[in-house]
Design a protein around this ligand. Sequence first.
Ligand code: SF4
Length: 569
Amino acid sequence: MNRQVNIAICPFSFPASLPLGPSIIKAFVEEHSDFKVACVDLNAEWYNTFVDAALAGKSFIQFTPQAHADFTKAAAMFRQGGDVFWNEAEYLRLSRFFESTIRKVENVFLDGFERACAHGEYVPPIKAYAEHAARKLLANDPSVVGFSLMFREQYMPSVLIAYYVKALKPDVKIVFGGGYTSACHPSVVFANPFIDFVVFNEGEGGFLDLLQALDRGQTRFDGIPNLIWRDADVPDGWVKNPKSPSVDFKTQPYPDFSDYTLGSYFQPEPVFPIMSSKGCAWDKCTFCTHHRSYSGAHRAANTDRVVGEIEHMVNTYGVKRFAFVDEMISPGRFRRISEDLIAKGIDITWYALAKPDLIYTQDVLDIMYKGGCRYLLWGVESANQRTIDLMDKGTTPDGVAEVLARSTKAGIRNHLFIIVGFPSETEREYMETMDFLYKNRDNVHRILACGFSLDNGSVIFKEPERFGISRIWDVSNIATVSVKYDVVDGVGCFDTEKHAMFWKTNFFDHFESFRGDLGLFRNHALLHYTYEQRIKPLGNRRVPNPRKLKPPPYQSGANTKPDRKVLTK
Ligand code: SF4
């Protein structure tokens, strides 16, 4: 069997983030076998191709001369930086325009992909793109092509490109994997006859075992962990093998980012993702389904390994900015990592996700700042104690306020996750969160809010009555795994996004000048905070009083027209 294996990262993922999962798998497979793995970032290629076409006036987007000038300025700002990147008003104006433009184009393409996959209607540019991508994936004659999917938006493009890969080279094996694939029912994925295997949860071990089994000419794949494979002898037509524990960090080499062009990620300086642990040490939040991406219990790398990985990236790629993508890191680990970075004189900056517990002492946060931490994404979610307890966050509003104050004092900016419309949350409870944010506005620098969405696999999904949910029904389609629900009290599921959007526009977006957003430009915030002398100091914000705002009517109750399969009654 040919030793070449490719892993595709298809549109549409974040344009300003390097793919981590495929880079981990590449390093692991190459370390433990003689297979060669190439990570092919079609997502980065797609965004750069679109932007270049738009700049050259060759895109279907019709710009006015002013809009074209703005788009040109925005593209240059993201790719090269320059003074405009540090100018609050210009950064905001241009990044919003840039984002809304690429979103429009994404939506046109997504619609085209869905029509092609679901109805067989091929819009010429979609067909041409999918064929081009497939040829690119086959250029080095691989025996296996993997597709790594983190997001729902990647599903249709991946399916269509996989179809063309198989059509052009029928003997190539197609493997789907990644966090989004792990959330899909195998029947949905295997409804596409050209997909041969699914690797779920963490991919490295199962993927390597699969390659070796294929190399031996096996036709049965029992015993390969984390693998779903086709078996015509069973009623479903597929078999899901048991999962294995996470691969130990001791046997896992550092991720290999050598296949990517660092200048193609719409950020003036590259920001590298780093994962220092797998799973979540808390693992209790009732809305959370992040455990689906991991193979077993929480597992953390030791400090030497984490700092060694950072040092390796600094020396190999010259990168000095990092994003910890761990679900959460304990203050004790943050302290040890920071102390080691300081002791070794590794001059970097970074950001991470964190749970706002009082064990974040002033001392710990001060050391983290010295070790390069410039902002933290705190999972606050709500400031109403009953709701917090229902979420099982293990925090208190007073404790959160104290941690945010300490963090600000240390020089670390606070970005807060807030959930709008948690099931059963009353209007009074929901306003408590807004009051909390207003009261603590000097220590809240950015709010990342979303309307609550119910995910299959969460505690809420398994025990809906406890959360005032009277019924759940399935609205999945060929492109999306999705459920909806009715609530006895609180904001109904069809209204959560409306409320989130109201608060985002009228309240949350007033908290910080520079708005590196959750997905698209999250890394930009690190650059802004790294060079804080170039941006305005804190304290120039005018946050409106939430009590003076008029949110949408607060409605709850059953949706009367469920049109899909009812999962609970
Ligand atoms: S929301 Fe975050 S802290 Fe809570 S269980 Fe999920 S990953 Fe862990």
